[in-house]
Design a protein around this ligand. Structure first.
Ligand code: SF4
Length: 232
């Protein structure tokens, strides 16, 4: 669903922003008991408030809410689509084969995984690893927005089409979005291919490395010198 249709749909169903934060893609109304906004004063409180979340149908089949992990002061934040089977089992994002490739990407950039922050657009596994639906993305949207607000990264890297579409507010294919800068809530954003795609299409690793070098260049414009390696 195109973002403008999504917003119209949410308006039609009487949506209001329960997070009291400005969001581009607001969440759907909910009366789930875990929504204790008093806890949403920091990242840990936000994570606690997601325990047992039933805001969307993804709660029905999930084992664990996969909130995200990493440095709460990270300069770079990676955002993927949603948890897979291994993530659902462990409660950690990007720990399967795709996660191991993401780790290598991060290392190639000159960082340790725990120096970055890693999260997903939806925090619960879509059954059978299907694509998340528009209303599920919308339901989880405010949590991701608040996560970004707490972390305040210098750069966001959107991994894959769903994260890229969600964060750029477009429905363009990833090939049209990667390789250039956009912004999300004032944070510079680069979209690139999801590591799971790279496992199937390793020839595109070169394009991903080009995108990651953009990230490093942007970060080098800031306070800390980036370390450049020539390989993924
Ligand atoms: S995907 Fe997000 S909104 Fe849906 S149940 Fe999980 S935490 Fe809640």
């Amino acid at each position: 669903m195109h973002p403008r249709y999504l917003n119209r749909y949410l308006a039609d169903v009487g949506w209001r922003d329960p997070l009291d934060v400005p969001v581009d893609h607001p969440v759907t109304p909910s009366s789930t008991p875990n929504e204790d906004r008093a806890e949403w004063t920091d990242l840990a409180g936000l994570a606690r408030s997601l325990d047992g979340c039933e805001r969307c149908r993804l709660s029905e089949k999930r084992t664990t809410v996969v909130f995200g992990e990493g440095d709460s002061d990270a300069r770079v934040m990676f955002i993927g689509e949603g948890p897979g089977a291994e993530e659902d089992r462990t409660g950690r994002p990007f720990v399967g084969q795709a996660g191991q490739l993401l780790d290598r990407m991060i290392l190639a950039m000159g960082f340790a995984r725990n120096e970055t922050y890693i999260a997903n657009v939806v925090k619960c596994r879509p059954p059978g690893n299907r694509d998340p639906k528009d209303d599920e993305i919308a339901a989880c949207s405010g949590f991701l927005d608040r996560q970004i607000e707490f972390i305040r990264p210098d750069v966001i890297v959107a991994l894959g089409r769903f994260a890229a579409n969600r964060l750029t507010g477009t429905d363009k294919p990833l090939g049209a979005l990667r390789g250039k800068w956009s912004h999300y809530k004032g944070v510079p954003l680069v979209a690139t291919y999801h590591p799971a795609y790279l496992l199937r299409t390793p020839a595109d690793k070169r394009k991903v490395w080009q995108d990651l070098k953009l990230v490093l260049q942007k970060m080098a414009e800031g306070s800390s010198p980036a370390i450049f390696n020539d390989e993924l």
